[in-house]
Ligand binder design. Sequence first.
Ligand SMILES: [Zn+2]
Length: 284
Amino acid sequence: MFHGTNPPSRFLPYLTWTEIAALPDRENTVIVVPTGATEQHGPHLPIAVDTVISAGVMGHALAKLPASVPAYALWPITYGKSEEHLHFPGTVTVSGHNLLDTMIDVGESVYRSGFRKMLIANGHGGQPQVMEMAARELRLRHGDYVVVPHSVWRMPNAASKFMSDREKQLAMHAGHGESAIMLALLPEHVHMERAVASYPPVFPSKLLSPDGRPACAWSSRDFGPSGVIGDPMGATREQGLEILESLATSWAKAITELHEAKWVVRDEVTWGRGAQTGHIQQRL
Ligand SMILES: [Zn+2]
């Protein structure tokens, strides 16, 4: 019912605590936490986009894994730091502090359950910094914890071959890529007949912004009344299926690599009282 695109056998919330306690090789089992948002995505896409994409792509990736690679998805984080879209109805945002605390608490819980590899697959462009801060904090607390904060889109995929140069340069939100993959993942809730294009102005400083993207902080209403930052008009379901397949294939390889990775554990800390093998108790 709640597993979405994940194979039910790879959806951790369906397991009992005794089953989790009995899992072999928890240290090298990859726990995937998709992080999304609930925020406006223009008049043609539902507010669920970032959550649907992060959870949907990772579910398809997990479905591609051989049984020999242990990996499970947790629930997606459905509320994100979406303040840049708060002028539009439907946007639900939490503060950066709250999201940071949530991610650290989730990460601590995953660690406490015996797992040592967590992959944060983020689908919302407004919060990669929060994920990086959470991952760093968890690493400093537990020297044997491998936490990877990553963008669900930042993997080899087919999207760029369908996009114009301008789209590749300036699109940021509800544009061609997101619209196409939503047509693959949740087509009944995509309304392409309402799609509009809206680009930000090229930023005038060549030193601050060599590629012309906004170098200053912005909110989405700065770029027009639609909430779109890009051009979704040419997106099709066929493109979306190809993008989804390519992302899922790349992520399945990446999860396999993370499962197999032997990251160097810092086994001795030379400062601070109470230092223990494998743990950093005190930071300079
Ligand atoms: Zn988005």
